[in-house]
Design a protein around this ligand. Structure first.
Ligand code: NOJ
Length: 757
């Protein structure tokens, strides 16, 4: 028998003793404080306001300073910078009876001042250490701007690219989504929230927001519990397990009850089953929106939210208005208010705000940390790693640093669109456009010609909707035909054409759902004209969602998906185009061939009548007019080199419940340049008490290979990887046959079989 490790045991005892002592100290402090608080003061802590700025609803809080003074505010969001935040904090600390400091939150989503790729792009790196690092930098910058609370990560699984907010999450897969949720929380919160460089994370949107029907934002969600537990809830749970300090309710209904009034969700599942210890904040006016949902009047919805487990009300102010009355009428207990208030105060305590309410207000730090050279360099590297090479026939890419390049397209030189949605503190003026990046990287031997070629869209009503935050779609004075003619002339003078096409930044994000997810007509016309020139064409795509690119895929030799790459995107795009970074990103969401295939995702069920290519299609689960498969599958992405995979070798074909199986492949770089590959492991449970997906991602590893080099990559599989929630919502494994797949994406895999005894 192994000897017990005494040192480890003693260390563990000391750690738990210290943690208990700290938590007792916090509890005593808060209990003492709460003894002094009136009911109204406690209710004040449950109120979150915004004086304006980047708001996401029609209601904006009024008389904010006055409310702070009256002890009616627990937190404030939408302002940044030591100056403004110090002023607001001073009102709370100096002018209220109990001097309780405020929380200061903001939507720091993919970076703060230095903007990283949109989250969907970040996830395409599959590089969790790097994603953690991006959150760390964001936290560092946010704290330098005096913030202590960020509304991120968004961990909503999304399988519908019509939904604009697909840009803000990590795609369609619960396994990868969970890994990313965890590292984002770790990156923001570090291991000590009271440090001056850490912020409290707010996981959102709890829950299932990404499953809005028809991809229309804020729309109804309705799904089985089995699907919820197996496919949609894991990333929230991973974020909670990683210690996220707060969680935000979603706008949608769950089982017919809005999340914000859903006691099963916020109390039974979140607190009782998952043991969540932080506080729950509503989304923007989600509480008062329950009137529209048909849950009752403003007083009733406040009652429902409080009794469901909401601790803080973002902007609605219904709790502020009605909680005291509801307590007097016995509809909400004093304990409910006390619990909510305690949770909010605990967050402030953990952030160290009672020790020093101004701990984040440091003018010097703001000067050195924001957009530092190191942060910008990191942004450039991170952006390059997020790009996905969708197509590269005849090795059109990388480009030589010589000859003439025609740079064409409405996004080729558009500072305004580089940062993407939800980059409220980013300065578009400081972003590097693709034109600038190419000039920076290409050197003097490249002659660059430019033509805009088209507007992002010519649809005036659509342009108005997209341009609400500023002129993202600029409309040229020239006619579409004039612009196209100029572009064709320019293309004809060049050796290669780089067409920078796609979406304006706010064609994705909140309230940006679309039924057409291909290129806008204006750009399609341009691309068709460019293709007719017969020149080699590289499409550089900027996009916040999977787009339908069937025509483009058929007619253009090279397509590089660059999402919205952030402040340094232009440099990063150039690094990839000229080969100083060999693209390694892989899609985290399937790209449909057309809108009619939506929802389309790799981890679907088999159906009773699966269609296999070559089968007679009648009475099979397929379409008369399209294929079942996506254009580009989950996990897909090319490199400037090629990789070959050996067959899978298993160390045993029988897995015992207490044992492990090792699955190994040898991956070889068969091309002529060094490259990075993300080796993916999928599993299929062949027979189950409930229907199981045809494939589920269960692991991935990133390896770097020199030309000709081979590496063995092994995955260890245990019953933990085979568990799922059964019909009784028990997390179980079931003996039987399994398939294991290893490959370069979810479609192109090697397979082997094993049996779980
Ligand atoms: C609404 C959005 O749904 C949420 O993601 C965001 O954090 C809040 N508004 C605050 O801006």
């Amino acid at each position: 028998m192994k000897k017990p490790n005494i040192t480890l045991f003693v260390f563990f005892i000391i750690c738990s003793f210290t943690a208990n002592a700290q938590s007792n100290k916090m509890n005593d402090f808060i209990s003492n404080l709460m003894k002094k608080m009136t009911l109204e003061e406690k209710i004040g802590q449950l109120n979150l306001v915004t004086p304006g700025g980047a708001v996401t609803g029609s209601v904006v809080s009024k008389d904010v300073d006055d409310k702070i003074r009256k002890g009616q505010v627990g937190g404030l969001f939408g302002i940044t910078g030591p100056d403004k935040i110090r002023k607001a904090q001073e009102i709370a600390v100096k002018n209220t009876r109990l001097h309780i400091p405020l929380l200061f939150g903001l939507d720091v989503i993919h970076g703060h001042r230095t903007i990283f790729p949109i989250p969907l792009g970040l996830s395409a790196s599959w590089d969790t250490a790097m994603i953690r690092h991006s959150a760390r930098i964001a936290a560092n910058e946010a704290t330098a701007d005096a913030l202590n609370w960020v509304y991120s990560p968004m961990v909503d699984i999304a399988r519908d690219p019509r939904w604009g907010r697909i840009a803000e999450g990590s795609g369609e897969d619960p396994f990868l989504g969970s890994q990313i949720a965890k590292v984002m929380v770790e990156g923001y919160q570090g291991n000590d929230l009271s440090k001056d460089t850490t912020v409290m994370a707010c996981v959102k949107h709890f829950a299932l927001y990404g499953a809005a029907e028809a991809g229309r934002d804020y729309n109804t969600v309705d799904m089985s519990k089995v699907r919820m537990y197996n496919e949609y809830l894991p990333p929230y749970k991973a974020a909670v397990d990683a210690g996220a300090g707060s969680i935000m309710t979603s706008f949608n209904t769950i089982d017919g009850i809005p999340a914000t009034a859903n006691k099963w969700l916020l109390t039974d599942l979140l607190r009782k089953q998952w043991g969540f210890k932080g506080f729950v904040v509503t989304d923007y006016t989600a509480l008062s929106e329950m009137i529209n949902h048909g849950m009752g009047d403003d007083k009733k919805v406040a009652e429902l939210a409080l009794n469901a487990g909401v601790d803080m009300d973002m902007v609605s102010e219904e709790i502020l208005k009605y909680a005291s009355q509801l307590v007097k009428e016995g509809k909400v207990s004093v304990k409910t208010i006390d619990d909510a208030c305690r949770r909010v105060l605990e967050a402030k305590y953990k952030l160290g705000l009672f020790d020093d309410p101004y701990r984040y207000c440091n003018d010097e730090k703001a000067k050195t940390e924001l957009m530092s050279d190191a942060n910008l360099q990191a942004a450039r590297e991170i952006a390059a790693r997020s790009f996905v090479l969708l197509k590269n026939d005849h090795n059109v890419l990388p480009l030589k640093k010589s000859g003439t390049i025609a740079l064409i397209g409405p996004l080729a030189d558009s500072k305004r669109n580089m940062l993407g949605t939800w980059s409220v503190s980013g300065d578009p003026e400081k972003s590097v456009t693709i034109m600038q990046g190419i000039k920076n990287v290409a050197g003097n031997d490249v002659n660059i010609l430019y033509a805009k070629g088209a507007n992002i869209s010519d649809d005036t009503e659509f342009i108005k909707r997209v341009n609400v935050f500023g002129e993202e779609i600029t409309v040229d004075k020239r006619s579409p035909q004039e612009m196209i003619s100029e572009a064709v002339e320019t293309a004809n003078k060049a050796d290669v054409v780089i067409a920078v096409l796609g979406e304006a930044a706010d064609m994705t994000g909140e309230s940006s759902s679309m039924t057409h997810i291909g290129l806008q007509q204006s750009q399609e016309d341009l691309l068709k004209a460019l293709v007719k020139t017969g020149k080699r064409i590289v499409v550089v795509l900027m996009n916040g969602r999977p787009m339908t690119l069937t025509w483009e895929d058929e007619h253009v030799p090279a397509i590089l998906d660059t999402w919205f790459g952030g402040t340094e995107a232009g440099n990063a795009v150039a690094d990839v185009l000229f080969g100083s970074y060999n693209p390694s990103g892989k899609l985290t969401v399937s790209f449909p061939r057309n809108v009619g295939q939506i929802p389309i995702y790799y981890n679907h069920f088999n159906t009773g009548r699966p269609f296999h290519p070559g089968d007679s299609p009648k009475f099979k689960s397929d379409y008369l007019d399209a294929e079942n498969t996506p254009l580009y599958p989950f996990g897909y992405g090319l490199s400037y080199t090629t990789f070959s995979y050996s067959d899978i070798s298993l160390n045993t074909k029988i897995l015992k419940p207490t044992g492990k199986i090792t699955a190994t492949v040898t991956v070889t770089n068969t091309g002529s340049v060094a490259g990075k590959e993300t080796v993916q492991l999928y599993i299929r449970d062949m027979v189950g008490s409930i229907v199981r997906p045809v494939k589920e991602l269960k692991g991935f590893q990133q390896i770097a290979l020199a030309p000709g080099e081979s590496k063995k990559v092994s995955f260890t599989i245990s019953v933990d990887d085979l568990k799922f929630f059964n019909n009784d919502l028990k997390y179980v494994y079931e003996p039987g046959n399994f398939k294991v797949f290893i490959g370069t994406n979810s479609r192109d895999v090697k397979e082997a079989d094993f049996k779980l005894e």
